[in-house]
Design a binder for this molecule. Structure first.
Ligand code: MTE
Length: 304
């Protein structure tokens, strides 16, 4: 499914979501969803992993109203209330550092040049809740290939906009600002890793990280940095925001791992938003077939 340059999601479009869910169910009944309309064939050549097939989409209403975006407050309902102050046009993303052709992409370039496609991914947060969201995204590796990484590039660092006028949470020192995240280059180049420009068939709402955010579905949600203005390829492992704020709790890798507890709570179970009963958390959030090889030989208790 290809949708280009959709309108932003307005608050009252919940009916649309029902139509969307029904259309997806129809596609699934027809067997089309697994053929590539909902999940791109290049990614899931043999159909999506079994565990994903039974996943219901999280209602749009919850996706829009239960968020983490500390630039707009620390309460789950703060981003929906406060993120209207973020101006997402004009918007550019600098891609620089260890690359042969550094470039600044306008947000419209990203929509037009890379043709975002729909990917249904689970996002699992350290706080033990999860959602299933249909993203519109482009493989991050397409963008990185366009700037041609040098042989020295080993990590990719992402930075959120720094502007306390637009992001009132940045006036408080709850985190070191701007928000920074990072991946190893091979994680960034993995086909599951996307830059999301939209969800539920429309441009990203501000509270979900407009106009462009990362989604890395096998890692805890805090890796999926929002409102990105800079992507820098570097030689040394970058310091990330959560790692700097609480190094014992948040490592660089942050792979969803039910066997490694967070120092303050278990990671073995999760509550899917919209469900009452908790479900067991899957290794690598259910994407182990596709990503476990990235960590072969590593001690995942030490590299948490
Ligand atoms: N990006 C920025 N810039 N600031 C944040 O506070 N929170 C992270 C991540 N990206 C965050 C961020 C966390 S902890 C989670 S769980 C996800 O965004 C939540 O994404 P969602 O609100 O779209 O579900």
């Amino acid at each position: 499914m290809l949708i280009r340059r959709p309108d932003p999601i307005a608050g009252g479009e919940i009916t649309d979501e029902r139509v969307y869910q029904n259309r997806r169910r129809f596609l699934e009944t027809m067997g089309l969803a697994t053929l590539g309309l909902a999940a791109p064939g290049s990614l899931w050549a043999g159909g999506p992993p079994r565990a994903l097939q039974s996943d219901e989409l999280t209602p749009l209403e919850d996706v829009l109203s239960y968020n983490n975006f500390y630039e707009f407050g620390t309460g789950k309902d703060d981003p929906a209330k406060n993120a209207h102050t973020l101006r997402t046009r004009p918007w550019t993303v600098d891609v620089e550092g260890e690359v042969h052709e550094p470039r600044t992409f306008g947000i419209e370039d990203l929509w037009q040049r890379f043709t975002p496609e729909e990917r249904v991914y689970r996002l699992r947060c350290v706080e033990a809740w999860s959602m299933v969201i249909p993203w519109l995204g482009l493989p991050l590796r397409d963008l990185l290939s366009a700037v041609r990484p040098t042989s020295h590039a080993r990590y990719v660092e992402f930075t959120t906009l720094l502007d306390p006028e637009q992001m009132p949470g940045q006036r408080r020192g709850i985190l070191p600002w701007p928000y920074v995240e990072a991946l190893r280059l091979d994680e960034a180049m993995h086909p599951l890793t996307i830059l999301a420009l939209g969800l539920y068939g429309k441009a990203l709402p501000n509270q979900n990280g407009a106009p462009v955010r990362l989604v890395v579905p096998w890692k805890y949600g805090f890796k999926s940095i929002k409102s990105i203005v800079r992507i820098r390829l570097v030689r040394e492992q970058p310091t990330t925001t959560w790692n700097a704020a609480a190094p014992r709790e948040y490592g660089l890798y942050a792979n969803v791992n039910p066997m490694v507890d967070h120092p303050r709570w278990t990671q073995a179970r999760e509550r899917r938003i919209g469900e009452l009963r908790k479900r067991p958390t899957l290794m690598f959030n259910g994407y182990a077939d596709q990503v476990a090889s990235l960590y072969a030989g590593m001690d995942l208790r030490r590299n948490y």
